[in-house]
Design a protein around this ligand. Structure first.
Ligand SMILES: NC(=O)c1ccc[n+]([C@@H]2O[C@H](COP(=O)([O-])OP(=O)(O)OC[C@H]3O[C@@H](n4cnc5c(N)ncnc54)[C@H](O)[C@@H]3O)[C@@H](O)[C@H]2O)c1
Ligand SMILES: *[C@@H]1O[C@H](CO)[C@@H](O)[C@H](O)[C@H]1NC(C)=O
Ligand SMILES: *[C@@H]1O[C@H](CO)[C@@H](O)[C@H](O)[C@H]1NC(C)=O
Ligand SMILES: *[C@@H]1O[C@H](CO)[C@@H](O)[C@H](O)[C@H]1NC(C)=O
Length: 435
């Protein structure tokens, strides 16, 4: 029954949690012709979405507007609509709680709502990044209680499918990135796969939800560990007076067996600094201590301190102390050309320089204001000649593409470049300190 509704795209779809993952997913499902209901607990967000205002850069208001006005997408804070929905994708946050352990509260809250309205021929899919076992150990028991009359794989269907989008990447987006799917039973996998095949060009099924959960954690741990390795290589190169950037570029000419990763001021974003801890936490329950993950975290977390050392060094060349120095931070987003500041290493670098009584201003074309530890609010300064000339040092923390680095170096007294953003600057290389 549900299969036929999916194949004819008459199934009514639902998405719980309309953030970076849920909103693009809602649009993708709707664009395939399904009627979709988006559910979020944040009433301000729902009010904005009703006016076709998106907070997510990957979903423009122009794309959203026709889907909202036509009713193809409906949004609500009212979970009772779940009664009418055939498919439900759960895309709620999975942050770290105390002692960097998984915080399952959002998943549990969402699933308890789903449980309340669960009905036969309903497909439930978890997309939040989480540790292996979550779907079967946390989600399933909420849905399939000993007293429940409906059974997974027979009456309703449950699967895990990780989201893999890279925010801001226009080459690979949700619908052309292969989707990993692992259902609780073969029928669950089959139905979930049929659903995704309606709007995603390639699906790849695995033997269980735990496998699919582990796939996502492998992908993100792989990045965290490789970035940790290259950051360590950067620290070694610094002592040896070698240019790590030149070395990476040269190594990357090898067409096989090498993949370039780049050093930087530290890990950022909602995934890479957080997800590996979900794996190490779960590994501990199997008496396994995940050493690579901890080591990479340790090295990556020390990078802001290394950037501070580079700033001190750059000021020292001008016989200036850090205390009282005026610094311009260029880029506070966690990566190039996006407006996302979550877990950005810039925040840690700023904390360190304020601790040493330096003054800072910042410019970021994508982030108009920022608040530090919810105390003070800072505003992005217009990038003018006066500003660049007036500061003791410009610190490039994010290599946004819109900046004219030749112009910047020309007017700056000193530059600390943590991203090799000034690689093609012709004049003034002697003013630049790289990591
Ligand atoms: N951002 C990414 O690039 C990315 C990529 C892959 C995977 N993920 C994973 O996807 C999940 C969601 O991440 P995100 O970046 O979309 O988060 P987000 O914070 O952007 O959005 C989450 C949304 O869920 C809502 N929400 C919270 N609890 C809810 C509940 N009980 N019921 C309904 N709505 C609720 C919030 O109000 C918010 O709008 C996380 O597990 C994350 O690790 C994120
Ligand atoms: C998107 O990802 C591909 C593959 O890694 C990469 O080559 C490309 O530069 C990325 N594009 C953007 C805009 O990040
Ligand atoms: C900062 O910007 C955000 C949106 O990016 C906004 O919600 C917030 O109110 C702003 N804060 C101040 C103090 O302007
Ligand atoms: C970084 O810049 C140097 C020039 O300073 C260049 O030789 C190298 O190829 C660049 N590397 C990367 C990875 O951008």
């Amino acid at each position: 029954m549900i299969l036929e509704k999916i194949e004819t795209r008459t199934a009514r779809a639902g998405v719980i949690g309309l953030g970076y993952v849920g909103l693009p997913l809602t649009v993708a499902i709707a664009s395939a012709g399904f009627r979709v209901t988006g559910i979020d607990i944040c009433s301000e967000k729902i009010a904005r979405l009703k006016q076709s205002i998106s907070d997510i850069p990957d979903v423009t208001n122009a794309v959203l507007a026709p889907l909202i006005t036509s009713g193809q997408i409906q949004v609500t804070t009212d979970f009772s609509v779940l009664r009418e929905l055939d498919t439900v994708n759960i895309c709620v946050p999975t942050p770290l709680g105390e002692n960097r352990t998984p915080d399952m509260r959002f998943i549990i809250a969402a699933v308890q709502q789903v449980a309340q309205y669960l009905h036969p021929e309903q497909l439930i899919i978890l997309e939040s990044t989480t540790y292996p076992g979550t779907t079967e150990e946390v989600v399933l028991p909420e849905l399939n209680t000993p007293s429940s009359t409906i059974q997974v794989g027979r009456d309703f269907y449950l699967a895990y499918s990780p989201e893999r989008i890279e925010p801001g990447n226009s080459t690979y987006f949700m619908t052309n990135t292969p989707k990993i799917i692992g259902g609780v039973t073969p029928q669950c996998t089959h139905i979930a796969k049929t659903f995704y095949a309606q709007f995603i060009s390639k699906t790849h099924t695995v033997s269980s939800p735990r496998t699919a959960e582990m796939v996502k954690l492998l992908e993100n741990t792989f990045r965290s560990v490789n970035i940790g390795l290259i950051n360590e290589v950067a620290l070694i190169c610094d002592r040896m007076d070698l240019d790590v950037w030149e070395i990476i570029d040269a190594a990357a000419t090898k067409p096989f067996g090498f993949m370039p990763f780049y050093p930087g001021p530290g890990l950022g974003g909602h995934c890479i600094p957080i997800d590996p801890h979900y794996l190490s936490w779960k590994a501990q329950m199997y008496q396994y201590h995940a050493r690579f993950i901890e080591l990479a975290t340790e090295i990556n977390n020390e990078m802001p301190k290394y950037v501070l050392d580079k700033i001190i060094h750059a000021l020292n060349l001008q016989r200036k102390p850090l205390n009282g120095a005026k610094l311009l931070i260029l880029g506070v987003a966690y990566k190039k050309d996006i407006g996302d500041i979550r877990e950005s290493p810039a925040l840690e670098v700023i904390r360190l320089i304020l601790d040493k009584k330096a003054e800072f201003l910042y410019h970021d074309p994508y982030i108009k204001n920022l608040s530090l530890d919810e105390r003070e609010t800072y505003y992005s300064e217009p990038l003018t000649v006066d500003l660049v000339e007036s500061v003791d040092c410009v610190v490039i923390l994010t290599d946004h593409g819109a900046i004219d680095y030749d112009w910047l170096v020309e007017h700056a007294q000193r530059v600390v470049d943590t991203r090799n953003a000034t690689r093609s600057v012709k004049k003034g290389q002697e003013k630049i300190t790289k990591i």
